[in-house]
Design a protein. Structure first.
Length: 598
């Protein structure tokens, strides 16, 4: 079936994949009690000590809840209060330290890190922060010792090795720095970081030939990585190779599509400007270490550790806009839109990312149900950037996600009017406008837009499913419709909405056995969707499994469908489905076109 409106409330940008959230292991309250017997077991009942024990427990529990909700400011405050009550509690000390790091309160974080390594000398995060702190103070022996003490596990070893290489470069020993990089794992992911940082270090050291070779190898292994292409191009133009720098950026744009960073850099290069190197000193090189690893971790689901490393990158280079954007994206995936807005507010207005950031802020406001604020933000951008279709598309998507289809249409119209010649990347705008037309019962215009979207991107499962499902429901273009739906399911076999479309299509066409098979599978994939449960109830009723049908309808009702659907479900629970003679025959496709069960 088409994506339901309730599901699209936060799906205003099409097909943004959800990422799982990896949290730090949660220690049980029992462990905390065992770790702090004085607080829970040995406290007397006199002179208000019972109240003190309650305050400690309350602060700990409140901090834990806030932490699990990624409310960093509140959690840090509660853990700090709990630690004040029980300063020798190692568990509270560690959690308070991690929260101060995530919150970017560096003075307190450094203080807590020093306390933490007195108890746990190999605490990796504490050691990393102390190493960075020592680097900023040019205490390179201390920094090297701290980074060396943090080498436990592949990610820690990667960060430690890269950091030690930068410390050695800060001492002026470039040969040792490059040799340290050679000690990294031979795994392709580790070698990618090795080549990138070899290039950065060689640039800082004034060894352009070594830098160019390293960048070339990193770029060849991943031409679509924007940061590598940027560093390579900046190196080239700073060494008198402007034409080659332009070729590198254009190659990246072909491999990874356009991006504000590469678009802005290409314009600078073509205008004859010479932008600076990505890393001009040790602090900026260290920032690249922790930004790069943090961004990768957050993107792969390691939210909490990713946030820590991103904050380390910002600690070393506070104006690193990319790190703030990565932080914001991590918070977006955790649905912490207030923190997302806070991170976006740190991006400078002269950044090439600024317009994108403002658009994403509108989506964050939408996530907070501040729809009118989001609309005002985007309307301001539309006025300021009249030739840019992105704010128009974004506002259309937000309004569409709230079923304000008529309001959304003019924004899609204006966005499409800016397209000289439709390209593949424009498919989503035609799709979105087509959905609005379909919901407003203007199928002729809807079909035209959906076909245009499919022509631009023939393998797009959203469009295949929407067109196919609607045609089946209208009993037109049945063979093509079934082909489209099957193709959507083949492209995404674990998408419950697409599997539901296939099952419901079979039901509409009278192939009840196939309908049962696919709708049962759809409910397995999306057990909390009311419409899919409702569909399965309908087909159960038609095959005579009436008790199971009523169970599915009741389940659908408990999942709180929209009121119009709920009314229909309540009617079916009361009266069942109306018996229609020859229903199965009437719903079959013409001879020769009948689909077969998969």
């Amino acid at each position: 079936m088409p994506m339901p409106s309730t599901e699209t409330k936060r799906n205003a940008i099409l097909e943004i994949a959800e990422r799982p959230i990896l949290r730090w292991a949660l220690l049980s309250l029992l462990i905390v009690v065992l770790a702090a017997p004085a607080a829970y077991s040995e406290v007397g009942e006199e002179n208000g000590e019972t109240a003190a024990r309650g305050t400690l427990l309350g602060n700990y529990l409140s901090g834990r809840i806030a932490r699990n909700e990624h409310d960093i400011d509140t959690a840090a405050d509660y853990y700090a209060k709990a630690l004040d009550e029980d300063p020798d509690n190692v568990v509270l000390l560690e959690q308070a330290f991690l929260l101060e790091v995530a919150n970017g309160d560096w003075d307190r974080a450094v203080t807590l890190a020093n306390r933490l390594i007195e108890t746990d000398p190999t605490h990796r995060i504490a050691r990393f922060l102390l190493g960075l702190h020592a680097t900023k103070q040019e205490k390179f022996d201390d920094a090297e010792q701290d980074f060396a003490s943090a080498r436990q596990g592949p990610i820690a070893d990667l960060a430690s090795t890269l950091s030690r290489a930068w410390v050695e470069q800060a001492r002026g020993d470039t040969d040792k720095a490059l040799s340290t990089l050679d000690g990294l794992s031979s795994a392709s992911w580790a070698q990618f970081y090795q080549r990138y940082h070899r290039g950065l270090i060689a640039d800082v050291a004034g060894r352009p030939d070594v830098a160019e070779q390293a960048y070339a190898e990193a770029f060849a292994s991943s031409p679509g990585t924007i940061r590598v292409a940027e560093a390579y191009a900046r190196h080239l133009v700073n060494n008198g190779k402007r034409d080659k720098a332009i070729v590198i950026i254009k190659t990246n744009m072909e491999a990874a599509a356009k991006h504000p960073i590469t678009e802005g850099l290409l314009k600078e290069l073509e205008d004859g400007e010479t932008p600076p190197l990505v890393a001009r000193n040790t602090d900026e090189g260290m920032a690249e270490v922790y930004y790069g690893i943090g961004d990768a971790l957050a993107g792969e689901g390691g939210l909490d550790l990713g946030l820590v490393f991103l904050q380390f990158g910002i600690y070393m280079k506070p104006e690193l806009d990319l790190a703030y954007v990565a932080l914001a994206e991590a918070y977006d995936n955790a649905e912490k839109y207030d923190l997302e807005l806070k991170a976006f507010d740190q991006v400078s207005e002269d950044s090439p990312l600024w317009l994108n950031v403002q658009i994403q802020k509108a989506f964050a406001l939408n996530g907070l149900e501040r729809v009118e604020d989001a609309k005002a933000t985007l309307e301001h951008l539309i006025e300021e950037y009249p030739d840019d279709m992105r704010p128009l598309d974004a506002l259309g998507n937000i309004l569409r996600s709230h079923e304000r289809y008529e309001e959304a249409l003019p924004y899609y119209d204006k966005a499409i009017a800016l397209i000289d010649e439709p390209q593949e990347q424009h498919w989503s705008i035609y799709y979105s406008r087509g959905v609005c037309y379909e919901r407003l019962k203007d199928w002729d215009k809807a079909e035209k837009d959906l076909k245009q979207a499919l022509a631009l991107k023939p393998e797009e499962s959203l469009v295949l499913n929407y067109l196919g499902y609607t045609w089946v429901d209208q009993k037109t273009n049945l063979k093509t419709a079934m082909d489209y739906i099957r193709k959507a399911v083949k492209l995404k076999p674990d998408d419950g909405y697409y599997v539901d479309s296939l099952g419901w299509a079979y039901y509409r066409l009278g192939n009840l056995d196939a309908a049962v098979k696919h709708l049962e599978r759809a409910v397995e994939l999306e057990p909390n969707d009311p419409i899919i449960n409702d569909h399965l109830g309908d087909v159960y009723w038609r095959v005579g499994r009436k008790l199971e049908a009523k169970y599915q309808w009741q389940q659908a009702l408990e999942l709180e469908p929209e009121e119009e659907d709920a009314k229909k479900i309540r009617q079916k629970l009361a009266d069942g489905l109306e018996d229609k003679p020859n229903t199965k025959a009437a719903e079959r496709t013409p001879p020769g076109e009948a689909p077969t069960a998969q």
